[in-house]
Design a protein around this ligand. Structure first.
Ligand code: NIG
Ligand code: FE
Length: 395
């Protein structure tokens, strides 16, 4: 389980860490970097962080041999629950076709046709892929069912592998409701929400031209909030739209994509607790311009990085790839990108127990096959994740 705490590992101390990224902010260093450090893990939690010279000796020792350790990645935006794939659509796009969110309906048809066992097997494979690449906390959205039965199935299956399940019934208007978007919204906020809410923590809406208007989006989000769900938004992906402004107004935990933002959007985000989650896998896989992370960070916006892993716009689960893209293409420093993929993701999920290595936090740790975190960017595409611990258990 990526977010569950069922498997709690035995006590151990990880010592001789060349570079430890704690994310416990120090002056001028949001990553709270320590050199020559050690971390004591007990009962699935970090118990102590200190100098390798003071390593406790009453528990088994794991020697990092000078390698770097970072918190497990917090991937706060994925769509891992789906059937089929869209490799042909991808190939056509690489041959010059443009991306259209309408492709979502192709996955909806394949997902509705898939059995629980098929969906569960696909989900398990993708979760395993994420874990192997260092992701220890994972958000998973519904959104490829778009009817009451399938959305409920997706939420239930996702809840078997993570506590961070998001109801995205308002992903697009399904074919059978074509031209009747308002009627579909009533289904989403009525029977669908009633059935899915018990399995979910969050509600999300794709607020974008061709998906849902700001008025429809507000209706979805307010209904979700009334049902006890936290709010997140897909917005400003394909053009300037009302998603970011709505997210800030409603106090959403995050607005995700943020590729097209007005100055007013940036100012509003900077004055809010809403995290701007950037998803560079989308621009990479759709050949679109990347969001301007530098502009957001310089304005004081909290930025997270996530994979958006889905079969249409970004079929990759690699957080190291997101970090490499963010630095190379979006103006982020290595430290900012690693923070955004760990502590930033935790902020986007309003979690304080992950994305950080300090006493009391979950023992979600990644040992890199590298002396520093810089190598995640310096050596793109190279599998540098050597060992992953989730709740203190090696995964
Ligand atoms: O986050 N933007 C909307 N939804 C997905 C794309 C889903 C798809 O193309 O299947 C996204 O990019
Ligand atoms: Fe998405």
């Amino acid at each position: 389980m990526v977010s569950g705490s069922e498997r709690v590992g035995r006590a151990f101390v990880l010592t001789n860490i060349g570079e430890l990224t704690t994310n416990v902010a120090a002056p001028g260093d949001a990553c709270g970097t320590l050199r020559g450090a050690a971390v004591l893990v007990r009962d699935g939690r970090v118990e102590w962080v200190g100098s390798a010279d003071a390593t406790p000796t009453d528990v088994p020792v794991v020697d990092a041999e000078g390698r770097a350790v970072i918190p497990g990645f917090v991937d706060s935006h994925t769509h891992l629950a789906f059937g089929g794939d869209r490799a042909e659509e991808f190939a056509a796009r690489m041959a010059g076709e443009s991306y259209a969110a309408g492709g979502i309906r192709t996955t909806v048809a394949a997902t509705r046709a898939a059995s629980d066992d098929e969906l569960r097997a696909r989900l398990a494979a993708l979760v395993g892929e994420c874990r192997a690449q260092g992701t220890t906390t994972l958000e998973i959205k519904t959104g490829y069912g778009l009817d009451v039965e399938t959305e409920t199935r997706l939420a239930r299956l996702a809840s078997e592998v993570t506590a961070e399940v998001t109801f995205l019934g308002a992903h697009v208007v399904p074919a059978e409701y074509a031209g009747r978007g308002d009627d579909y919204v009533e289904l989403v906020v009525g029977d669908m929400l009633d059935a899915v809410a018990p399995h979910a923590r969050w509600i999300d809406v794709f607020c974008e031209e061709g998906a849902f208007t700001p008025t429809q989006s507000r209706r979805v989000l307010e209904a979700g909030r009334a049902a006890g769900l936290g709010i997140r938004v897909h917005g400003n992906q394909l053009g300037f739209g009302g998603g970011a402004a709505l997210a800030v107004e409603l106090g959403a935990a995050a607005v995700d994509h943020c590729t097209y933002l007005t100055d007013d959007d940036v100012t509003a985000l900077a004055g809010s607790d809403t995290v701007a989650t950037l998803l560079p896998g989308v621009e990479f896989s759709t050949r679109q311009p990347y969001p301007d992370a530098r502009r957001l960070i310089d304005a004081g916006v909290t930025v997270a990085l996530a994979s958006d892993c889905n079969p249409g716009s970004s079929f990759t689960s690699s957080m190291p790839l997101m970090i490499a893209l963010a630095v190379r293409e979006m103006g982020m420093t290595v430290a900012e990108a690693v923070w955004a993929a760990t502590a930033g993701g935790a902020r986007a999920l309003r979690r304080t127990d992950v994305g950080v290595i300090r006493p009391g936090a979950r023992a979600d740790l990644v040992l890199l096959e590298a002396p520093t975190r810089v190598h995640l960017v310096y050596r793109p595409g190279v599998p540098l994740v050597r060992t992953v611990w989730k709740d203190g258990a090696e995964v």
